[in-house]
Design a protein. Sequence first.
Length: 134
Amino acid sequence: MSKLSVFLHPVSTQEEKEVIISNRFLDEDGAIVPFRIRSLTQEENDAITRKSTRRIKENGQSTEWFDSVDFCRRLVVAATVEPDFSSRELCEGFGVMDPLLVPGKMLFSGEYSKLLQAIKELSGFENLEDEAKN
C-alpha cells in the first residue's frame, strides 16, 4: 500500500465525543446528560469563517472584519450533535428563531466556554493555540 492511499482513505474523517458541560442537565433518573460533539473539517471551518466575515465601508474603503463572536456561535452550533441547537423545539423553547442564539440562552457563560473549548480540542485547534504560546 502506498503512502498516498493512507491520505486518500483516512480511518475517520470525523470524531464524536460526549462531554459533561454542566450538572444542570439531568435525565428522569437524575443522571447527568452529556452533550455530544463532533470534530469539524477544515472545509467546514472555512465556511464558518466566511459566514463570520463582514464587509464594512470605512472612509470610502471597503474592508473585511472578522466577527469572532459570530464565529464561536456558528462553531458551537455546527459541532454540537446533541442537543441539536437547530431543532425547532429548542428554538421555540428558548423563544428565538435563530439557532445561533440558543446556546447563549441555554448555557451559563462558563458552560458555553467549556463546550467551545471541548469542540476546539476535538477539532485540533487546542494544539495550535498551545504551540503559538511556546
